[in-house]
Structures are given as C-alpha cells and as structure tokens.
Design a protein around this ligand. Structure first.
Ligand code: ASP
Length: 292
C-alpha cells in the first residue's frame, strides 16, 4: 500500500477563479508526480521532499520561490520533515536557499538537532554544499514599507493588526506520504504569513503544531500559525486519533478548536493503513490524494 495527500494552503476567503484553478492544477500535477514515484517504489521521504521541491519552485505557493515577505521586504522560510521512525528536522527563518525542505531533511539526517534557525541554518546548509540562492518573493503588490512605517508597526500592535487585517489567505504547502514499506512522512514548507514581523516563527516547522508524524499518522497543517501553535493542532490530532480511529471526526473536532479561537486553519492526514482525510474552516484549500 502506498498513498499520498498534499495541500496548497487554506484561504480565508474564496480566491479568484484563476487562482483557484491554478492552485488546484498545481496540487494535482505535483501530487500525481509524487503518487507515480510511490507506485514505482520510491520511499516516502524522497517522495515528500520531491513534491515539496516542485511546490517550492512554483511562485503560486507561499514556500521557496513565491514566499511572502516580512515587513522588511525579505523572505524568511520555515520547513519541517518528520517520519514514523521518530526522526525530525527543520529550519526556521532561512533566507537564501532554493529548497528549505531539503535543508530540513539535512538537519534530520546529518545533525543531532531537530531545528536550526536563521544564519545558523544557512551556515549549516552551505557547509553541506547547498548553493546560495536569491529567493524571488511573492509578488503581492505591496511595495517595501518605509522605515518609519515599519517602526510604527513594530511599536503599535493596533496599527499593525489593522495593517495585517487586509489579508489572511494562506498558501503554505504540505505533504503526507506512505510508501509500500509502511513508512510514513509528514512535511511542510512555508514563507510564513504575509507581512509578518521579521523573526516571526509560525507553526509549520514546529513539531506538533503545523507538522507531526507518529508511527500511525502523518499530518501537515496550514493557516494562521499563531493559533495553530497555541492549540498544538497536529499533536492533539495524533493523540486523539490513538483513542478514536474515526479520522475525519478527529480532524473536524480539532479544526473546530481552531474556529473557537478565530484561527483559520486546515489540515491533511494520512494513516499507516493508507486512510486519508482533511478538514479546514476556511473558504478554499486545494488538496490531492491518491492510493494504490
Ligand atoms: N501556517 C503558516 C504560518 O503561519 C501560514 C500558512 O499556512 O500559509 O506560517
């Protein structure tokens, strides 16, 4: 049995028809690529990483190329990979690599750590032969903020909240894959939220928040990372799934926990039996799934 499920982010309001079409098309195309790899015997880790690379290269999604900018107009990307053998690796706030998911995998395989952040993550990546890369950010039509405005936003939470209110659509990407050896992988990659404060850490690279994998279940979330982190969305789902094997019910219940704190969120899940499900409280989330 091999299976895959992938998502392209949870939008709070229905995006324009063109964006919907492109998002669904990309998710289907890259998901099918991953499914083909699994059918041909690839391992879940190689598959999840390959699918994330495709998504990280596609400017439509908020990961790698196309990542949202910080208030400073820079890109700070987060990614995490976790597997059913209890291994985990991730990067936070990495800026100059093409594939944050690849560095996440290197952290998992070649360091004794779970997470590396900022310049340390880059230093490690370059020492492993990862090339320096100028990431082209999302062309969201917002020019650079003036230093005066940035200062005001960093100092005045109300002003900053008003400014950020203009948008809360999410296009982070995530994959859950199961190969025919029964090995599960969950992986998420993101540029974070639009116009985030420099240094802001979201949920995607935090184990148990935006990404989680146990022997039984692989999960990747999307949405407002602050809320997802506060409710430990994916860890909670994994724990509740141990007691209640109705996967869809567990997902829905936990997405409601997000709704209860006004958190737009979505999650995909894949079990070691190849059962998949997803749930979201936003208006749109592109998902692809398939199994042998
Ligand atoms: N969860 C991501 C974050 O808060 C955003 C997203 O899902 O697009 O960084």
């Amino acid at each position: 049995m091999a299976a895959i499920i992938i998502h392209g982010g949870c939008y709070d309001i229905v995006p324009g028809k063109e964006i919907q079409k492109l998002s669904l098309k990309g998710i289907r195309t890259y998901g099918e690529r991953g499914f083909k790899m699994l059918k041909e015997g690839a391992c879940a880790l190689d598959t999840a990483e390959a699918v994330l690379h495709l998504l990280e290269d596609d400017p439509l999604y908020d990961a790698g190329t196309g990542s949202f900018k910080t208030l400073n107009g820079e890109v700070e990307m987060d990614a995490l990979i976790m597997d059913s053998e209890s291994r985990c690796g991730g990067v936070i706030g990495i800026q100059h690599v093409q594939y944050p998911s690849h560095v996440a995998r290197l952290v998992m395989e070649k360091t004794p750590h779970n997470l590396l952040s900022g310049p340390g993550a880059e230093q490690f990546a370059f020492s492993q032969g990862v090339p320096w890369f100028k990431v082209v950010p999302n062309d969201d039509g917002f020019g650079s903020e003036s230093p005066g405005n940035i200062k005001r936003m960093l100092g005045d939470i109300h002003y900053y909240n008003e400014y950020r209110k203009q948008d809360s659509s999410f296009s982070t990407v995530g994959v859950a894959a199961l190969d025919n050896r029964g090995y599960l992988v969950a992986a998420t990659s993101t540029g974070g939220i639009r116009r985030k404060m420099p240094g802001r850490v979201g949920d995607s690279a935090l184990p148990g928040a935006g990404t989680y994998c146990t022997k039984e279940l692989a999960l990747s979330a999307t949405g407002e990372g602050e809320g997802i982190t506060r409710i430990c969305l994916t860890a909670r789902i994994a724990m509740e799934y141990e007691q209640n094997k109705n996967l869809t019910e567990v997902l829905k219940k936990n997405i409601q926990r997000g709704s209860a704190i006004d958190c737009i969120c979505g999650v995909i899940a894949l079990t070691k039996e190849g059962e998949y499900s997803y749930a979201f409280n936003g208006a749109f989330m592109a998902v692809y799934h398939n199994k042998t």
